[in-house]
Design a protein around this ligand. Sequence first.
Ligand SMILES: *[C@@H]1O[C@H](CO)[C@@H](O)[C@H](O)[C@H]1NC(C)=O
Ligand SMILES: *[C@@H]1O[C@H](CO)[C@@H](O)[C@H](O)[C@H]1NC(C)=O
Ligand SMILES: *[C@@H]1O[C@H](CO)[C@@H](O)[C@H](O)[C@H]1NC(C)=O
Length: 211
Amino acid sequence: MQQFTSKMLALLAAAFSLVAAQSDCVYDVQSAPFHLRLTGDDARLNGTRLVSVHAGPPFRQLVSEAWLQDTYPGHNQSDISINFYYNTTSTNDPNSNCLPGKLHWAPEQSWPSVFGIVSSLASNVQPIEVSPMQGDGSGVQFDEEGKLFQRARSYSPVTQEEEGYNLNHYKWFICATVYGNYKYGDALTWVAGGEPDGKNCRAVDVTREWA
Ligand SMILES: *[C@@H]1O[C@H](CO)[C@@H](O)[C@H](O)[C@H]1NC(C)=O
Ligand SMILES: *[C@@H]1O[C@H](CO)[C@@H](O)[C@H](O)[C@H]1NC(C)=O
Ligand SMILES: *[C@@H]1O[C@H](CO)[C@@H](O)[C@H](O)[C@H]1NC(C)=O
């Protein structure tokens, strides 16, 4: 991916305000900051936090701090890179289709960067993108144990899940990703179905932990 020029950023900003203007949902109740902690069978990843890293402005990816510790030994993650927020809507309009909330990062910056999933025709491993282009985001929510899940907006068009019509999915994997010019060994991804066809993918849970 080429680097963005200020002209391109202005175009992005214009596109973003168009997206924002089309949404009737107002997610204006902001949570306290929290970290996103990984658990899973991979001992190197288990217990590590997700860190927001750049992937060509204004895009970010989320990587395990294990990768950063290996790449930059002794470097501590700044609060800004590990603090995430969840906004919910204060309106209770029964006619609205607003999802419960949107996950976002760095509200102190001029453009809110929202958590989304980038679909691909090439792989069932879908990178997470945190950017101003994500509008209302992908519809992630936290369950009663603080675990992050993705609420599907409709039933699968092609299969019925064995457990029935379950719209809640926890298909988080840490995989090696290539995103534009950026290669990250341990980045958070979503696997759309079946076994991940990406490199070095390890299943994880992602849990909210108040900062
Ligand atoms: C979250 O809510 C705060 C407080 O209302 C608001 O300033 C901010 O723009 C919201 N962020 C997002 C990403 O919607
Ligand atoms: C992951 O870490 C937790 C907390 O330290 C521990 O209880 C659990 O056994 C670990 N899981 C694995 C598979 O190592
Ligand atoms: C990182 O944080 C730990 C614990 O707070 C501290 O002991 C250490 O000196 C810090 N390292 C750097 C490079 O700031």
